[in-house]
Design a protein around this ligand. Structure first.
Ligand code: AMP
Length: 597
């Protein structure tokens, strides 16, 4: 038996199945390449069951033998009227659990074909409002399909998992707004130590995108119908269905465009329907429909005892949340931009897959290792942190830089490998160090390349190369660079923000101090070289300027501005000296040549 645990979104209209494979959550496609399986079952006269798209194709011929929306028969919201299906399940000799089992069995075989092995374990999602009996019925359906149901997961919890919200620290509250084709659900969850609890749930099992398709179809017909043609009520069923299908297409187009065309050739004998619909026209129809979801949002919040401002995140799920109007209204009601980065139709299935991956133990590692939590770098002159791989870089990755010697005659360089977000090396963590030898030479003559390579497991290898001699040194950091606990990472990041200003001025000071020391050394060397060629007053003036820099360098409190000003004064004064040195050198060489002549 394989270690795979399937994640299944058993939906009212469509279902999805997936698995964590090689560390990645993926949704599986059937032989036709489709990931969405219609939750439809056809029952042939001899009792043979056909599931999915094939069942829907048979619905045209045998509508009373094709079962759809069976999930509505397993459970509906308390207080809402039951749903009358357009088929007689009893007459077909089946129970809702058996029909659900047929769908789950089909999804199991889709997964087994895709994975080329038997899979017997699954996580299945159910609406948050499903009670214990309805959850038990879903579990039973899974077992009848030959699956060990490892967990029955609430749909909003699955959506939150898909968004990685279980990684949030502390006590968090999340609202999940799920507007699909036929149903609307809103739930408020609380996350405590990585576990979600549904605090409240509300919604309407008869509210969804389908309603909007119908009202848009009616509006299109009103706008386009030629003189003397029947009104909507009296239009043939087939034509109404065609218009509703076209309206859905228009609605989807208007989620990304301002205008969408509707073209139905030969809609009424020789007459073709051709009209344009604008986003504004759709929004006018959609507004009351979106507003109808608001009272459920308020209800869920009040049941959870929360104000919108007390929520940490709002997650959008369901195809209809692709509509800009829906996003805009939700953002306004909840006072924040909702999370929309996940595929709204796949978020629930993805969450089920992730839960399955966590339960089977195949996910935890990779999820934690996919980015570097902290920056990696080395210490450079003056104790500064030089970042080579910034934090949040995706693994695997490689980056490098070229360094030189700060002191003349230096024969080696100590590379300290650091991890952290602070500007000063001493505030970051040292992962390792390596001494890189190189050919001694004047300051700035060495060329040492440092390359960091992080593999998929987060292991860091530091390669250093003396580019003059081509000699390499490799340092494998034993401690996994990303293997630091979340708390320590949080603290490091928090401190880097807290100390950002101080760190910045400390960096500036260090850089100015390096420059000051360089200048003092240069001035001393120049004065020695010039000797008699420079007047005592001039020499004293330069020395005084050098002392001023020295005083700033020695000061107990670091004054970046004062040090920079002293540096500048000394630098200006030495410019003239530099010119003098060049002239002197030229004269000397001329004099030598004169002697030689
Ligand atoms: P679901 O039940 O989550 O699969 O959502 C299906 C509903 O989402 C249907 O009513 C679709 O018409 C609607 N839908 C899908 N894509 C879009 C889109 N791009 N814009 C507006 N509605 C959409």
């Amino acid at each position: 038996m394989s270690g795979f645990i399937l994640g299944i979104d058993l939906g009212t209209t469509n279902s999805l199945v997936g698995v964590v494979d090689s560390g990645f959550p993926i949704l599986l496609a059937d032989a036709a390449g489709e990931r969405l399986t219609p939750s439809a079952v056809h029952v042939a006269a001899d009792g043979t069951l056909t599931v999915g798209a094939a069942a829907l194709r048979r619905r045209v011929l045998e509508p009373s033998r094709t079962i759809t929306s069976v999930k509505r028969l397993i459970g509906h919201r308390a207080g809402e009227a039951g749903w009358e299906p357009p088929y007689d399940l009893k007459a077909l000799g089946l129970t809702p659990v058996e029909v659900s089992a047929a769908i789950l069995g089909h999804l199991k075989s889709v997964a087994e074909s895709a994975l080329e092995q038997e899979v017997t374990r699954a996580v299945i999602t159910v609406p948050a409002f499903f009670n214990d009996a309805q959850r038990a019925a879903t579990r039973e359906a899974g077992e009848r399909a030959g699956l060990t149901v490892e967990r029955i997961l609430s749909e909003p919890t699955a959506a939150a998992l898909a968004y990685g919200l279980d990684k949030l620290e502390g006590r968090r509250r999340i609202a999940v707004y799920d507007l699909g084709g036929g149903t609307f659900d809103v739930s408020v969850l609380e996350l405590r130590e990585g576990v979600f609890e549904v605090l409240a749930t509300a919604g309407d099992t008869r509210l969804g995108g389908d309603d909007l398709d119908r009202s848009l179809a009616v509006a299109i017909w009103k706008k386009a119908a030629p003189e003397g043609s029947p009104d909507w009520e009296n239009l043939e069923m087939g034509k109404r269905v065609r218009l509703i299908e076209a309206a859905e297409g228009v609605k989807k187009t208007l989620s990304t465009q301002a205008v969408a065309p509707v073209e139905l050739p030969f809609f009424l004998e020789a007459w073709s329907l051709a009209v344009e619909v604008t986003r504004a026209e759709l929004d006018a129809l959609a507004r009351p429909w979106v507003e109808a979801t608001r009272k459920h949002c308020l209800r869920a919040l009040s049941d959870a005892g929360l104000k919108p401002a007390e929520l940490d995140e709002v997650v959008l799920v369901g195809g209809s949340t692709r509509m800009p109007l829906v996003r805009e209204r939700v953002a306004e009601w909840f006072g924040r931009e909702p999370c929309t980065t996940q595929h709204p139709d796949e978020a629930i299935a993805l969450g089920a897959v992730i839960q399955g991956g966590v339960l089977s133990g195949s996910l935890r590692q990779v999820l934690l290792l996919d980015v570097t939590p902290l920056s990696l770098g080395i210490e450079t002159f003056g104790g500064l942190m030089n970042v080579i791989i910034p934090r949040n870089s995706t693994l695997p990755c490689k980056a490098g830089e070229l360094f030189t010697n700060a002191v003349s005659g230096q024969a080696s360089m100590l590379i300290r490998v650091l991890q952290g977000e602070r500007e000063l090396a001493k505030d970051n963590w040292e992962l390792g160090r390596v001494e890189v030898p190189f050919t001694p030479g004047p300051k700035g003559s060495a060329r040492v390349g440092v390359q960091f390579a992080l593999n998929v497991d987060g292991l860091l290898e530091v390669l250093t190369r003396d580019t003059v001699t081509g000699v390499d040194t490799v340092l494998a950091i034993q401690r996994t660079a990303v293997d630091v606990n979340d708390e320590a990472v949080e603290k490091m990041i928090a401190e880097s923000v807290e100390f950002a200003l101080e760190d910045m001025s400390e960096r500036q000071w260090t850089e100015a101090a390096l420059k000051g020391r360089e200048l003092i050394e240069a001035v001393k060397a120049a004065l020695d070289q010039l000797g008699e060629a420079i007047s005592t007053e001039e020499s004293a003036a330069l020395s005084a300027l050098a002392e001023a820099v020295e005083r700033e360098l020695q000061a107990t409190t670091h004054q970046v501005a004062a040090l920079k000003a002293a540096n500048q004064a000394l630098d200006d004064a030495t410019q003239e000296l530099a010119v003098r040195l060049i002239e002197q050198a030229m004269e000397a060489s001329l004099a030598r040549r004169g002697l030689a002549d």
